[in-house]
Design a protein around this ligand. Structure first.
Ligand SMILES: C[S@@+](CC[C@H](N)C(=O)[O-])C[C@H]1O[C@@H](n2cnc3c(N)ncnc32)[C@H](O)[C@@H]1O
Length: 346
């Protein structure tokens, strides 16, 4: 069983701050904050739209009801209101100013993005516990990934959030492994190509392809980075057989989005495409038996959004073994691990 260090820290903090069960579990404060973020209330207050009448006019909402929602944000310390009814941001309220998709204010707080919709699927958690259903798909009748496809701006926001986490670690990942020796790689589920571009910049003889649901974002990245001669992208699915012949098949932050059966399928496709001499390389942050790090929040997010889970290195190795792959090497890159897999020799 993985030790969930983040859980223990949060638990200690909650105990220290004396937060009550009621405060930990209410839905009205998170929903009121999300409504304010979705309506860009903070930006409008900063622009001088200080009263609920002005804010309602600007957001096409009901002034009386908006006032009631904003007063709750006064109660919980996100806004202040003076005697003339004018609202201002508190220090916490200023966090709402960070533009969507960037830095601290992630798109999952905006109720009109796919990620924001995904958080609302948490209201189905009881059904998930009882039946194992994928909450997002049950709630909206379509998978998270299909919804991203339908809403290109949410798809871009998602790519930006993913790329942000990747950019911070790219140097370490590029140095952690002899990527150049693979000659060519396919970054399976490689998103907008941030990782592949970083690897190609660090390894001038390497060539590569991103295979993702859509090729356009990665093609744009490679064009902008002047890498189009060595990098390309394909639209496709890793739940189907993959193009063969590359020296390495990268799976970066893929496994936790999927249930065990799907992870086996994805690994089987990678192994088949890699053949006897190719490598399959998983890049991920693993939960750890020693409590190095595992985030219960991310684990539940994976569960509700996609039916996935946070896994330990041992759990991923076991799924790889089921797919006919053995761990050849493990390297550390920042707080992530680069796991090299080769076909199991009998
Ligand atoms: C968590 S993101 C990881 C992106 C990138 N590998 C990284 O580490 O930044 C998962 C990626 O899987 C892609 N994806 C989801 N379903 C897919 C499928 N069936 N076939 C190929 N890619 C898929 C998504 O579009 C997304 O880019």
């Amino acid at each position: 069983m993985a030790t969930f260090k983040a859980t223990a820290e949060t638990a200690a903090k909650n105990l220290e701050s004396g937060r009550t069960l009621r405060e930990l579990s209410d839905l009205f404060t998170p929903m009121a904050i999300r409504v304010a973020i979705t309506l860009r209330i903070a930006q409008k207050i900063e622009a001088g739209r200080l009263t609920s009448d002005m804010l309602a006019a600007d957001t096409n909402t009901d002034a009386d009801i908006l006032e009631r929602v904003l007063r709750h944000l006064v109660t919980v310390g996100v806004l202040t209101q003076n005697e003339s009814g004018q609202f201002r941001l508190t220090r916490i309220g200023e966090d709402m100013l960070v533009e969507n998709g960037k830095a601290a204010n992630p798109p999952w707080l905006d109720l009109e993005t796919v990620a924001g919709r995904a958080e609302l699927a948490f209201t189905r958690l009881l059904d998930v516990v009882r039946t194992g259903e994928v909450a997002y798909s049950a709630q909206y009748g379509t998978s998270f990934w299909d919804d991203l496809t339908r809403d290109p701006s949410s798809g871009t926001d998602f790519d930006v959030v993913m790329a942000g986490g990747m950019e911070r670690r790219i140097r370490e990942i590029a140095e952690a492994y002899n990527w150049g020796a693979l000659e060519s790689v396919i970054d399976v589920g490689g998103g907008n190509g941030t990782l592949l571009a970083g690897l190609l910049n660090a390894h001038p003889t390497l060539r590569g392809t991103v295979l993702d649901r859509h090729s356009e974002p990665a093609l744009r990245t490679f064009k902008d980075a002047g890498l189009s001669e060595r990098a390309t992208a394909l639209s496709g699915s890793f739940l189907e057989p993959l193009p063969s012949g590359a020296g390495g098949y990268i799976l970066s932050r893929i496994q936790s989005d999927w249930n065990d059966a799907d992870v086996r399928t994805i690994l089987v496709h990678c192994r088949a495409a890699a053949g006897l001499d190719g490598k399959v390389i998983i890049i991920d942050e693993f939960a750890s038996e020693e409590g190095v790090r595992c985030d219960s929040e991310d684990d539940l997010r994976m569960l509700v959004y996609y039916g996935g889970k946070e896994r330990t290195l041992e759990q991923v190795s076991a799924l790889a073994a089921d797919a006919g792959l053995s761990v050849e090497s493990l390297r550390t890159a920042a707080d992530w691990t680069v796991m090299e897999l080769v076909p199991t020799r009998h």
